[in-house]
Write a protein that binds this ligand. Sequence first.
Ligand code: ATP
Ligand code: MG
Length: 609
Amino acid sequence: MIVPDKILLLPDNIANQIAAGEVIQRPASAVKELMENAVDAAATEIKLILQEAGKALVQVIDNGSGMSETDARMSFERHATSKIQSIDDLFHIRTMGFRGEALASIAAVAQVELKTKREEDEAGTYLEIENSVVKKQELIAMANGTSIAMKNLFFNVPARRNFLKSNAAEMRHIVEEFTRVALSFPHIFFSLSANGQQIFHLESGSLKQRLLHLLGGTYNAKLVAVKEETDYMNIYGFVGKPETAKKTRGDQYFFVNNRFIRSAYLNHAVMTAYQEMISVDSFPMYVLFIDLDPTQVDVNVHPTKQEIKFEDEKIVYAFVHAAIKHALAQFSVTPALDFDLDSSIQQLPSIQQPFTEERQTAATSGPIFKAFTEKHQAHVIEPDKSAGLSNWKDFFESSRSGVQTLEINIEEIQLTTHHSPPTESLLQLHTQFILVQTENGFILINQQAAHERVLYEKLGEAIKGKAIPTQQTMFPVTLELVPADFVLLEELIGDLNQFGYFIEPFGKNTFIIQGTPADVGEGNEKMILERLLEQYKNFSSEIKFSQREKLIRALAKQQAVKPGQQLGEREMQSLVNDLFNCAQPNSAPDGKPTYLEFKLEQLEKMFGR
Ligand SMILES: Nc1ncnc2c1ncn2[C@@H]1O[C@H](COP(=O)(O)OP(=O)(O)OP(=O)(O)O)[C@@H](O)[C@H]1O
Ligand SMILES: [Mg+2]
């Protein structure tokens, strides 16, 4: 029997649709791509126009170089670019684009109208494209520059259209992308209007003006300029004085050769420069530009180009860290430091002797390190994975006949602690753990993890039925947020009301907090909401969670007692009680254990008995 071959080449439009998945995930991705193209075309004015948070229309109009008729058609082909010609060019790149994928991707998943004209041409070109196919082409009269309108995103991929979030959520992503590009090019005029209303109008100006305009005038007089130049790299920009540190990570921007990037590593370099000036859970504002030879950076490691690879990231780290320390010291917001960065950055020990692999290996191969981390070593204690509610009951029931329910057991603990000798008692260790003696050993509860579990289940109940009661605040407080956070909180308000928060919009980018759940102390409202937003954003890449699930997880994390918080006897008791009344007491919502169990027989064995 002849078995036919079965591999077929995908038609172009399908191949493009698939490739588009990486580049165009939501309206905000198109905003980024189209704005970057306008920047690359050397425009001095860039206007962004939106309808329905970009779902119906994303249009970018620029006064840049424009395209010839042939280039206009070519620009929608995949791998068609004017920006590089060889792979080598990638390492000399100064433009935002280089893949020749953005327009092809947009044309594969939306209806596109392009108008473009070069200075040297009499007439401009008009093109209509749908599903990667040119539907219409004609000559038109127009000003120099380019206008690209992307309409009805994912009209031909319903499944992906359904994945789009609420308008408020999509708008938040757009404002974030717009902010990144606009911050990076303060000499370019930008405007943003949505549904006919102008939201941003940013005249060309200095970085400082642009920053204040986008991130809020409250930073005025609270900015510390950063500027260091060396042969290897330059850094400039602004960081916020320590008092401006917020509970949300919102205003943190790194640009490498003008490209916005995410880097936990460099973020760490800044954070540690602030050490001891701000509390551990707050975030300083920064807008920092790093310029270095493009040969020292690989920009082609991520489909949206938001991650890059440095040839030598340790130098960059040390440089950023030292530059921020120096800036903060110069403005005498930190005690003077004992090095002079200007003249001797290259001599810094951290640059001269980076932490080496050998040193790390030396430290981790020692017997002490091993004893704590490897199996079959005396110090290693493994959690009992099967431990669960039934085990908890067993702790007691195995030795106490007739005691039936958990509540009674807890009561007993309370009683016995007041009488000597105690058979079961609660003890807080290092203001982090609760030690509970049981008849056949003990359990060690992580107070934060346990409380997260308890809150998580309570909030889950609240969303299903009875709202958590609100306690009116005596003095309502206002909360001013950056536009992106404002849009986010607006989106969450409905559910937050159910959880006992009473919050309302109150003018531009501001909310008024009128009430909170009873266990949130007066005076803390603002901080709690800022932290909540921060938590929520940390979950934002978890597409498997619904908005509500993310909110519940964020709230549970945020409201839970933290290490360092002293707990009274009663608080410990109710926490332990609540924990073991949970449907899933043995793990926190993030899956990490809430308690570890230690059995007497295990302990005896460890002592060689
Ligand atoms: N606004 C514009 N003005 C002038 N030319 C443009 C404009 N937008 C796109 N082009 C031209 O179309 C080409 C294709 O654009 P596209 O965004 O698809 O790719 P790219 O910018 O080269 O690379 P990337 O996919 O990384 O963005 C560009 O290389 C450029 O020559
Ligand atoms: Mg591009």
